[in-house]
Design a protein around this ligand. Structure first.
Ligand SMILES: Cc1ncc(COP(=O)(O)O)c(C=O)c1O
Length: 387
């Protein structure tokens, strides 16, 4: 079989779309003014920048002055969580045990500063329980942060139910929607959200730019001080080309929903069905409530890293667990939280599908994988027969 280049790591990052690149390019050259400058070169850029904010807000169904541009998902999460904590001074925060480190580690740091944090457990599919969430709310709870969907196993949380409970108890609600925005339809205003984080490079926009939605009227303290940009919440000269790229990518991605999500889910299901036909391959995450592009399976008795390297030799790009946490020998906190034993967790691979993937890519992967798995299992010191 001819080697093909198949990119299935869209959960880590995505290629910038041609239309996005073209929209950005003038802002590196002729449209270089500082949007805060009063002269024509500055004013022209300010106009385009505010138009990008309008398009971003319209794509999300919110108001332009509820959008704050940032450097990405990590910064948006930090501004929301730390900003709310700073404003409150003390109290209790609720989050889940499977958040991205950009939330989890912020919470751990806030604990060191005297805040108390509940890390809600998840079931074997990665879902939090609404009863456990509600019963963990204390009089001093001021914030809940639960991700819209998990980056490793793809499980989609019941965000609207969480929002209803948060509203009932008058606590702020943040969601890290980095893996959802542009992938699944999302109605922020129906979800009772106070904050939502997104990142352009996950929906075919550029890297290093994101946004925070903050509901009008919600007050938080800024983490940085400097100029007055982004209404003083995120001061510093704006990443103009990045923001132009984000707005274009978001407009295009949202415009293609929900059809694109349905197409992707079909490809995802084809891949899952093919993979679980192989002996001792198990699906991780929820069978239905999952991101349209996410496939996470464990190949028992072998190391995910070995599968990954073999796939790479065949031109297939995937990831073992979370790209952000690979490099560590510990099984990922997400796979541990859903109760996978050490060995099964180590055999996990995430294929994340996106724009540009087609049925032939799925079939290529399904043709290649059985022989890789057979060969690695033959060499494996932990193969079934020896267990
Ligand atoms: C769920 C989630 N949150 C946050 C981030 C961090 O986003 P960024 O790379 O834009 O800082 C990621 C990136 O992988 C993610 O998947």
């Amino acid at each position: 079989m001819n080697k093909k280049n198949v990119y299935m790591d869209h959960g880590a990052t995505t290629p910038v779309r041609q239309e996005v690149l073209e929209a950005m390019l003038p802002f590196f050259s002729e449209l270089y003014g500082n949007p805060s400058s009063l002269h024509a070169k500055g004013r022209d850029v300010r106009k385009a920048f505010e138009e990008a904010r309008r398009v971003t807000a319209a794509s999300l169904g919110v108001e332009p002055d509820e959008i704050y541009f940032t450097s990405g998902g990590t910064e948006s999460n930090n501004i929301a969580l730390r900003g709310a904590a700073k404003k409150h001074g003390s109290g209790h925060i609720i989050t889940s045990s499977i958040e991205h480190h950009a939330v989890l580690d912020v919470c751990k740091d806030l604990e060191k500063q005297g805040f108390s944090v509940t890390y809600l457990p998840v079931d074997k599919y990665g879902l939090i329980s609404m009863e456990e969430f509600e019963s963990s709310i204390k009089p001093e709870t001021f914030l809940v942060s639960i991700m819209a969907a998990n980056n490793e196993i793809g499980t989609v949380q019941p965000i609207s139910e969480i929002g209803a409970i948060a509203e009932k108890h008058k606590i702020l609600f943040h969601t890290d929607a980095v893996q959802v925005v542009g992938q699944m339809p999302l109605n922020i205003k129906e979800l009772n959200l106070d904050f939502l984080s997104l990142s352009a490079h996950k929906f075919n926009g550029p890297k290093g730019v994101g946004a925070l939605y903050k509901r009008k009227g919600v007050k938080i303290d800024p983490l940085y001080h400097g100029g007055g940009q982004e209404r003083k919440l995120r001061p510093g000269t704006e990443n103009v080309p990045g923001v132009i790229g984000l707005s274009k990518a978001l407009e295009l991605a949202v415009g293609e929903l929900p059809q694109k999500a349905e197409e992707l889910a079909k490809l995802r299901n084809r891949l899952i069905e093919g993979l679980v036909r192989i002996d001792d391959v198990v699906l991780n995450g929820h069978p239905e409530k999952r991101l349209p592009g996410n496939v996470n399976v464990s190949f028992k008795y072998i190391e995910g890293e070995s599968v990954l390297l073999s796939l790479d030799l065949h031109g297939i790009a995937a990831s073992s667990g979370s790209a952000c946490s690979s490099g560590s020998l510990d099984p990922s906190h997400v796979l541990s939280a859903i109760g996978l034993d050490h060995q099964t967790a180590h055999g996990s691979i995430r294929f994340s599908l996106g724009r540009g993937n087609a049925e032939e890519d799925i079939d290529y992967v399904l043709d290649i994988i059985p022989s890789i798995v057979d060969r690695l299992r033959q060499m494996s010191p932990i193969r079934k027969e020896s267990c």
